[in-house]
Write a protein that binds this ligand. Structure first.
Ligand code: UFG
Length: 345
């Protein structure tokens, strides 16, 4: 087996996948520019500090490490930011993926696992999206990822490279072993925000919209534990190594929770009431977005183990306490990590 290149392996989802790969004794190398990632999140293999849009660096890593598989996580992921600064997203998510793919083709990389998103569906009718629901992204973030999916499909049709594109729904939770988690400063995701409130980093949680056409008026999402999501990538790797054809799969559980249900759960897990403020709808939010999620189980033999919401919230909250107990804020930790870490340059 060749080495697996994990781009964005110092980030939230990439670091969980890299950890599971390392635990399985796979040979891995991480490429991350540390713009939002953390050196301390790289638990296995070398970290090369660099950009996926830098063809020279990528080509060197593919050659020096004998890479035959790429798992591509490096991306910007904040939807409102993509609306305000679309070219940042088309450069970092789309153009860099093009560069990476070109290097992969030139180096003869055989397998590519791509981190895609449910945002490619936009606002699907009925709030449930299956893999053949028409794609209709409503923001630059979703479009930047969908364009990468299209490039992958075209490259796979023209070269021996085969891929799995995984469309993530709402990823949350943290490593059950407590070693890594979501450390992003200025987080916007509901469960992370609520956990920051519990540990005292925010004085309240806002509910964005209470007048949606949903059972309790708040937005409904399909929350998937990062540990199950990471495992799906290892299954995708096995599938491709076994000769599987290119495939695009939803990553969710096929069930939704409302914002109020999530906040009730956080309060129950934390054993304390939350300070909640009702706020207007957030631009671009669909009322309901839930995965039709049967295909991934069938194609990848993927069996989730962390479906229950209290477990997702519990690991997210435990990680938030870990960050707090370390006594330094996220930004300071990033700077410190950048200055003091031994890295492959
Ligand atoms: N929400 C709040 N208060 C908050 C944060 C979120 O009420 O402080 C609500 C949102 O309005 C939404 C739900 O909680 O109804 C979930 O919001 P998140 O920000 O946690 O996640 P999104 O559903 O907006 O985004 C996720 C991924 C994106 C991806 C999108 C696909 O994070 O990367 O799903 O729809 F694009």
């Amino acid at each position: 087996m060749g080495t697996i290149l994990v781009t964005g392996g110092a980030g939230y989802i990439g670091s969980h996948v890299a950890r599971q790969l390392g635990e399985r004794s796979e040979r891995i190398v991480t490429l991350d520019n540390l713009s939002t990632g953390f050196r301390a999140a790289v638990l296995y293999g070398d970290l090369v500090v660099g950009d996926t849009g830098d063809a020279t660096t990528v080509a060197r890593v593919l050659r020096d490490y004998g890479v035959d598989t790429v798992m591509h996580f490096a991306a910007h992921i904040v939807v409102p930011e993509s609306v305000a600064d679309p070219l940042k997203y088309y450069r970092n998510n789309t153009a860099s993926t093009r560069t990476l793919l070109q290097c992969c083709v030139e180096a003869g990389v055989r397998h590519f696992v791509f981190s895609s998103t449910a945002a490619v569906y936009g606002i699907p009718a009925g709030g449930v999206a299956s893999e053949d629901t028409p794609t209709a992204p409503i923001n630059p973030y979703g479009r930047s990822k969908l364009m990468s999916e299209w490039m992958l499909a075209d490259v796979a049709a023209a070269t021996p490279l085969r891929y799995a594109a995984l469309r993530y729904f709402n990823v949350a939770g943290a490593d059950p072993g407590g070693r890594i988690g979501q450390s992003t400063p200025a987080a916007t995701h509901l469960i992370k925000v609520a956990c920051e409130h519990v540990v005292g980093k925010r004085d309240h949680v806002a509910i964005f919209g209470t007048d949606y056409d949903t059972p309790d008026g708040t937005g409904v999402r399909d929350y998937i534990h990062v540990e199950d999501l990471a495992a799906a990538h290892l299954n995708a790797l096995d599938y491709l190594r076994g000769g599987g054809a290119p495939v695009t799969l939803n990553c969710g559980y096929g069930r939704g929770f409302s914002v109020r249900e999530v906040l009730d759960c956080v309060a129950a897990v934390a054993s304390r009431p939350l300070t909640i403020r009702e706020a207007p709808r957030r631009a671009g939010d669909p009322p309901t977005l839930v995965a039709e999620a049967r295909l991934i189980g069938r194609i990848l033999d993927w069996v989730p183990h962390y479906r229950d919401l209290p477990g997702i919230v519990g690991t997210a909250l435990a990680w938030e306490w870990t960050l707090t107990d370390r006594g330094t804020d996220d930004v300071a930790r990033t700077e410190q990590a950048k200055l003091s870490s031994p890295v492959v340059a």
